[in-house]
Ligand binder design. Structure first.
Ligand code: XMP
Length: 329
């Protein structure tokens, strides 16, 4: 990875020279590592980091992202609050690919508006934290073209295509797998807690809310998921590692299904159904279900249904990839 940093440093400096670089930060590991790399090899004043709070982020994500970027020494951090715009655009949409398209388009629309406000010269570079798996699963696998499983908006957007055609795109992680991105992050001095954070999709929790995405559903999912992740961080596996570190990716999915239940005073409840997902994987291309100890699942389920009153039932997803994908949408 030290060699990789040297090599990328040469490539990036030669291409970019003194032009500004705008990196779109998603809050995930990949774009954070891409940001750290750019901040290391370029002049910090050249690097503009734009993060959009789409309203589809995890709990307290925006504050956490700001803190990480400041710690990396970023000078130009642009945080855009766009929850209302995204949720309005998503109103009434239930089809997964349509959701991804709407989010991608909205992201670009807002990004173009916000970039214009930065008054960057026309020839600025657009950087992205896309990794190898993003290309493979977007049907751009090079010689061996794969089918489109899910569209990844960070690859196919018109702005990215235009910038690519103009030779103004930087994707310094494009040849790396997730585990290599983490290794690179460690070499760049990023905190272990951030480097080992589970992957998070570009379209955020919209792909974890099946059916229509509403603010209320986002809040229910965020609360439940924060409890799930907190429990995984504090529980230990037999190896002594936290369950969070043992698992490659874990998250909650809110199903468009309500189910009858009963509360402590025997009143009927009609709550939402939440699915928990936890998988082990090397790179996200294939995945195995994490074999929890049953008591962990039972205790996590109880804590969620006791704390999030809108959720009446919790299930565990026991499907490997393939045939299932990791995300539900
Ligand atoms: P799937 O669900 O396709 O996911 O098995 C493989 C890995 O990719 C993440 N993922 C995404 N990441 N934009 C992203 O940046 C996306 O649209 C997207 N969809 C899925 C997923 O979380 C998993 O780690």
């Amino acid at each position: 990875m030290d060699k990789y940093i040297e090599e990328q440093s040469r490539i990036i400096k030669a291409r970019v020279e003194n032009k500004p670089v705008l990196l779109l930060i998603s809050g995930g590991v990949d774009s954070t590592v891409a940001g750290a790399l750019l901040l290391k090899v370029l002049d910090k004043s050249q690097v503009h980091l734009m993060y959009m709070d789409t309203g589809l982020m995890r709990k307290n994500e925006t504050e956490a992202v700001r803190a990480i970027l400041e710690k990396l020494g970023a000078e130009n951090i642009h945080i855009v609050m766009a929850e209302n715009e995204f949720l309005s655009a998503l109103k009434g949409i239930t089809d997964p690919e349509e959701k991804r398209r709407v989010i991608g388009d909205m992201y670009i629309t807002i990004q173009e508006r916000e970039v214009a406000r930065l008054h960057l010269p026309q020839d600025y570079f657009l950087a992205q934290g896309s990794i190898r798996a993003d290309f493979l699963e977007s049907g751009q696998g090079g010689e061996k073209k794969t089918n489109v499983v899910k569209s990844h908006h960070n690859i196919a957007s018109p702005l990215v295509i235009a910038k690519r055609e103009a030779g103004r795109i930087l994707e310094p992680l494009a040849s790396l797998y997730k585990n290599e991105v983490r290794e690179l992050g460690r070499c760049l001095g990023i905190d272990e807690e951030i480097v080992s954070r589970h992957p998070f999709p570009g379209p955020g929790i919209s792909v974890r809310i099946l059916g229509e995405v509403t603010k209320e559903k986002c809040e229910i999912l965020r609360e439940a998921d924060a409890i799930y992740i907190e429990e995984l961080r504090k529980r230990r596996s037999k190896s002594g590692k936290s369950l969070y570190d043992e698992i490659w990716q874990a998250f909650s999915v809110l199903l468009p299904v309500r189910s009858v239940g009963v509360d402590k005073s025997a009143e009927r409840r009609y709550g939402w159904v939440l699915a928990l997902r936890a998988i082990t994987s090397a790179d996200g291309m294939t995945a195995c279900v994490y074999p929890f100890e049953m008591h962990d699942l039972l205790e996590i389920s109880s804590r969620i249904t006791n704390s999030v009153k809108e959720i009446g039932r919790v299930t565990y997803d026991i499907s490997n990839k393939p045939p299932a994908t990791i995300e539900w949408e």
